[in-house]
Design a protein around this ligand. Structure first.
Ligand code: NAD
Length: 259
């Protein structure tokens, strides 16, 4: 299916690895020119070179921390008028809420709620003016079914979700959609680190720890970043103009509810 977005411009945040990279690659495969950012220049440049070689699209890079005002300014200077914005950043650490300090909460809110809102604020009026825009926020299945040790994530991402639900209805008349993608467990560096820790704690091999984790997923496997990226590309396509303000779980059937 032709997604109808060839030649469009996208800003994809936190995209040198994992889910952000999956989104960048899938958009590039549809002919979208990219600006991608991540904190480590070397990994970012390697990702950009790979995408350019595979797809021939233009890929600008900005090595920055997107959760800081300076980082956002640098990303927006490289890509001031994106047609597509994919919001992403690292997730907050786990822990018991009794130990979270005020500063921990501020960091989580900055990264997973206020940074996406700031980037939307900076880009949505341009999209409205051009009569086309697609905003996708990478959040978490924790928004739909909270994960007890991820209180910072549950809270900060729910704040973003509530804000987006309101704004999506306001910008819909001008051809701008805003949706959230909620990953379950995907095979990224972040999950490798988690499963490695579980393997140590359970005194089993990494393979055994992975197998145990997969058993809890109806699909029987972890998700792959490229399939996450394809879902993102569809939400950014011309065919998804009637889908807005939605929260799409991509979790291999893990969430047990009917809807
Ligand atoms: P990952 O560690 O594989 O990749 C993270 C990417 O983000 C890297 O490119 C890194 O450089 C970049 N990054 C991190 N913090 C940044 C910052 N402050 N500024 C700029 N770039 C930054 O992680 P992932 O698994 O792809 O996760 C992406 C997001 O999705 C995270 O918020 C994570 O909490 C959330 N999530 C992931 C899963 C999963 O199963 N992988 C599940 C639920 C939620």
């Amino acid at each position: 299916m032709d997604m109808g977005i060839s030649g469009r411009t996208a800003l994809v945040c936190a995209a040198s690895k994992g889910l952000g990279r999956g989104c960048a690659e899938a958009l590039a495969a549809e002919g979208v020119n990219l600006t991608i950012c991540a904190r480590t220049a070397e990994t970012l440049e390697a990702t950009a070179a790979g995408i350019r070689a595979k797809t021939g699209v233009e890929v600008k890079t900005v090595a920055c921390d997107i959760t800081t005002p300076e980082g956002r300014a640098a990303a927006l200077a490289a890509c001031p008028q994106p047609d597509i914005l994919v919001n992403n950043a690292g997730g907050p650490p786990p822990g018991d809420f009794r130990q979270f300090t005020h500063d921990d909460w501020i960091r989580a809110l900055e990264a997973n709620m206020l940074t996406p809102i700031e980037l939307i604020r900076a880009t949505v009026d341009g999209m409205i003016g051009r009569g086309f825009g697609r905003i996708v926020n990478i959040t978490s299945s924790a928004v739909k079914a909270p994960i007890d040790v991820l209180g910072l994530s549950n809270g900060a991402r729910s704040g973003l979700t509530g804000f987006v639900a309101g704004l999506a209805r306001k910008v819909a008349p001008q051809g701008v959609t805003i949706n959230n993608l909620l990953p379950g467990i995907f095979d990224t560096d972040r999950i490798v680190a988690t499963v490695t820790a579980q393997a140590k704690a359970q005194n089993v091999s990494l393979d055994e720890a992975r197998a145990r984790r997969m058993k809890s997923i109806p699909a029987g496997r972890f998700g792959q970043p490229d399939e996450f990226g394809r879902a993102c590309a569809f939400l950014c396509s011309v065919h998804a103009g009637y889908i807005t303000g939605q929260n799409l779980l991509i979790d291999g059937g893990t969430y047990p509810g009917t809807f």
